[in-house]
Design a protein around this ligand. Sequence first.
Ligand SMILES: C[S@@+](CC[C@H](N)C(=O)[O-])C[C@H]1O[C@@H](n2cnc3c(N)ncnc32)[C@H](O)[C@@H]1O
Length: 321
Amino acid sequence: MAASVRLLVRRAIRVSHRDITVSAAGVCGRSFCRCFSDAAQERSTHFGFETVPEAEKADRVYKVFENVAQKYDIMNDAMSLGIHRLWKDMLLHAMHPQPGARLLDVAGGTGDIAFRFLEYVSSQQERQQRRAARSSQTLSWHDISNNYSTVEADRPRESTAVVCDINKEMLKVGKQKADSMGITTGLSWVVGDAEELPFDDDQFDIYTIAFGIRNVTHIDQALQEALRVLKPGGRFMCLEFSKVTNPLLARLYDVYSFQVIPVLGEVIAGDWKSYQYLVESIRRFPDQEEFKSMIEDAGFYCVRYSNLTGGVVALHSGFKL
Ligand SMILES: C[S@@+](CC[C@H](N)C(=O)[O-])C[C@H]1O[C@@H](n2cnc3c(N)ncnc32)[C@H](O)[C@@H]1O
């Protein structure tokens, strides 16, 4: 079934589910659309420490990243003292992707994970070719010519990375970065919502979401979508800020987050509020164990996590079987 048809079906199912909920509450004497929008208004969620109607959250998150897009990378380096690069490297190290793998990086923003992925698989490929060349040095000419045709046939498919993000401004900055890095193949940029991914079922070997899932309104829906688009055997990997385990580090981290980060946001990006949201949204995100349960509830297997920098960040992973 084409992705667009599937999206329509899913939307219809969700809308009818909401309609039933509203009817049960006895509100549904009015038109369908009115019922629908009232229901969305009535349900609330959090935007940082604020409570907002669910229907508002996505727009407010969109504005945050629209405002910070141009300064996003500089701010990441400044806020984390460059440590976000190590966290992302650790994600790739744990992923250990092989040539031919297809990656979907959701909430991929300015492309950091996708760039690292392409670099990693190309270095893996070079290493494998060097190894094959070394072992062929001891072969006879006959063996070499036989092997040559097998190697050609066995040549791995090109690895591909798709960066999907709801925010056009973030993707625009990412594309400019790709151009300046000279990355021309194996990479595509797609505007899309983590809750309704514009991809068919069973498409990707790896799904990543780095520092993105806490911004999504319905995390369970995003996890369902991750499961849907992964191939059987495919891997879900999520980097997200989490709960610091050491009480002393937690204190220092709190002071740093609330006293320093918004100030950096104001000085570097001229935007205190967006960075205030950032630190607040981190505190509202489920802790390591709770998020692990959510991933399991979505239908993933072998779910586990590891803490990075004492739990400032956690790397969760699970498999679609
Ligand atoms: C903190 S940035 C992370 C960017 C990148 N993954 C990184 O690690 O640098 C969060 C990203 O999530 C995106 N985002 C927020 N809500 C989203 C949604 N519902 N679907 C897809 N992307 C979303 C934002 O536009 C933003 O680019």
